[in-house]
Ligand binder design. Structure first.
Ligand code: ZN
Length: 445
């Protein structure tokens, strides 16, 4: 495989080529051109952008995606010229790209080498080049076949490598043949280090803060990192427990600083919760201890990712594909998937099909406050915005019912004194009238 790195991709993208590729005319083209040329001001310092797009700019990855679009087709065109069946040759080439990060996979090293040359040529056309010291030809399994003697490669924060495995544990190919190796995808060493550094920075910042503030700041970072790797094999190789242990060492230093010695720190900040010893949490005696999330506890089972088909885009209007994919999404809880199937992928409120990016919420068809039950028959999935609309109507209904109950109680109350409660609902005004007055022509309110 070829693990490639484009030298200063964002700084060097050729404006003219990019605009040409956008293939638009008139005002929009002028506007984008003006953006490209306008330069950036970062912390008061102006930097010109006579070429390239600003690194870290929100639109830069999109522009890089547009600029590098077509590279894959160029490589496919090449492998089609190889001896053999065209379709088979296309299938044999692995090409994965995200913005400026990409890898090329092929079983024949000569093909990968030729791809490297083609990519260099192609990049030259848009003013870019491969960075020689960061571009490497490597093997996913055998270190001796890699240029630098190391097997595997990093891609988007993951390290991907194959390891030898006996016949019971080995991966099999599509025909059931034992391959003799397993593919493992784990957080890359660099990503793990960056994560620990971030946790370290937060702990240092909260040197003298209370424990609860520290936990509140750490939890979202732990949750984010762990869920990013929840589809990887991090759990199996103990990477998550390692992260927990390294974090524990940092917290132990923090606790020692707070208490003056580590023994008191342990007693004060670590507790046993639900049979789980060593939970970094606020005092146990309180009703709701605030506890630190653990990396390994967060994703307890690793789920395999359902890949989006290569040529599918959420914008392609293939609603059946996208709504059925939702049901098989590893992060879609079972009960939601069940409801989704029941509703045929549609929101009953607005009648539109759900899309991959929609926020879905479970709704009680008859609200619990109106004695609706907690069973599948009474549940439905709605868009969040649709759910808000329905809840507003439900609340109105609940209030109306509460109001009539209230009026009933008022009449009962006045009845005891032989008075009558007369209400005027539309105006929310009522009056009590003495009953005895009604017969003798008087009227006391
Ligand atoms: Zn809806």
């Amino acid at each position: 495989m070829l693990d490639a790195d484009i030298a200063k991709c964002f700084d060097r993208i050729n404006h003219e080529v990019l605009l040409l590729k956008l293939n638009i005319k008139g005002k929009v083209r002028q506007q984008i051109k003006a953006w490209l040329k306008s330069g950036v001001i970062d912390t008061g310092v102006f930097t010109a952008t006579s070429e390239g797009t600003p690194q870290g700019g929100v639109i830069s990855p999109l522009l890089a995606n547009i600029a590098l679009h077509g590279l894959e087709n160029r490589l496919i065109k090449y492998v089609e010229t190889l001896p053999g069946i065209k379709a088979k040759n296309r299938e044999n080439l692995g090409f994965v790209r995200y913005a400026d990060d990409f890898v090329v996979l092929h079983k024949d090293i000569a093909v990968v080498q030729r791809c490297r040359e083609i990519i260099s040529e192609w990049l030259g056309g848009i003013g870019l080049e491969l960075k020689p010291e960061k571009t490497r030809l490597t093997h996913t399994f055998k270190p001796e076949l890699s240029e630098d003697g190391k097997a595997g490669f990093d891609f988007l924060g993951h390290h991907i490598q194959q390891y030898p495995a006996g016949k019971y544990r080995s991966n099999r190919n599509a025909y059931g043949t034992i391959l003799g190796f397993n593919t493992r995808i784990i957080p890359s060493a660099k990503a793990s280090k960056v994560h620990q550094e971030e946790l370290g920075r937060i702990i240092t910042k909260h040197r003298s803060s209370p424990q609860v503030t520290l936990i509140k700041d750490l939890n979202p970072v732990i949750r984010g990192w762990s869920s990013f790797y929840s589809n990887s094999d991090a759990q199996c190789v103990g990477e998550l427990s390692k992260q927990d242990y390294l974090l524990y060492l940092k917290l132990r230093r923090w606790a020692k600083r707070q208490c003056g010695n580590s023994k008191d720190g342990h007693v004060k900040y670590w507790h046993s919760i639900n049979g789980n010893n060593w939970v970094f949490a606020t005092r146990e005696g309180k009703a709701n201890p605030f506890r630190l999330l653990s990396h390994s506890g967060y994703c307890s089972s690793s789920t395999s990712y359902v890949k989006v088909k290569g040529d599918k885009s959420p914008y392609d209007g293939d609603l059946i594909y996208w709504s059925s994919r939702l049901g098989t999404h590893p992060q879609m809880p079972n009960h939601k998937a069940k409801l989704l199937k029941q509703q045929k992928g549609k929101c009953p409120w607005c009648g539109l099909s759900f899309q991959d990016w929609d926020v879905l919420e479970v709704d009680h068809i008859i609200p619990k406050a109106l004695s609706g039950k907690d069973e599948y028959k009474n549940l439905q999935l709605l868009h969040r915005h649709c759910h808000d609309e329905k809840t507003a109507l439900d609340l109105k209904e609940i209030r109306r019912k509460d109001h009539s109950k209230f009026l009933e109680k008022l009449s009962q109350f006045w009845e005891k004194f032989d008075w009558k409660w007369v209400d005027d609902i539309p105006n929310f005004i009522g009056r009590a009238v003495r009953k005895s007055d009604m017969t003798n022509g008087q009227h006391t309110e």
